[in-house]
Write a protein that binds this ligand. Structure first.
Ligand code: FES
Length: 102
């Protein structure tokens, strides 16, 4: 059953960057676009298991730090290889808390 879990404070994740958290046994990367808009994807890149949470956010995409594959930050669809995708999770920001639905 899915439910929202608090993973961080807004200030825990730098703008334009991500950070990985373990939520209900899953490694989930949460990204801070601009201090107000946050998104969450599986932390594990579908190409060769790179850590997406260490990637950069650019123009609605998350760029994997290993080989540079780009993922849509909202859907998890890979823009570099259309056969690949990662799971995306709904995020809610309440006050200073960032919550992920998983
Ligand atoms: S592991 Fe992410 S692009 Fe290769």
């Amino acid at each position: 059953m899915s439910s929202y879990v608090t993973v961080a404070k807004k200030s825990d994740i730098r703008e334009g960057r991500g950070k990985a958290f373990t939520v209900k046994g899953k490694r989930i990367a949460v990204f801070n676009v601009d201090g107000e808009n946050f998104y969450a994807l599986d932390n594990t890149c579908a190409h060769a298991l790179g850590p997406l949470g260490r990637g950069r956010v650019k123009s609605g995409l998350v760029i994997c730090p290993v080989h540079g594959y780009a993922y849509d930050i909202k859907t998890g669809e890979c823009q570099t290889d259309a056969r690949l995708r990662v799971t995306s999770y709904a995020v809610a920001v309440e006050g200073d808390e960032v919550k992920v639905n998983c």
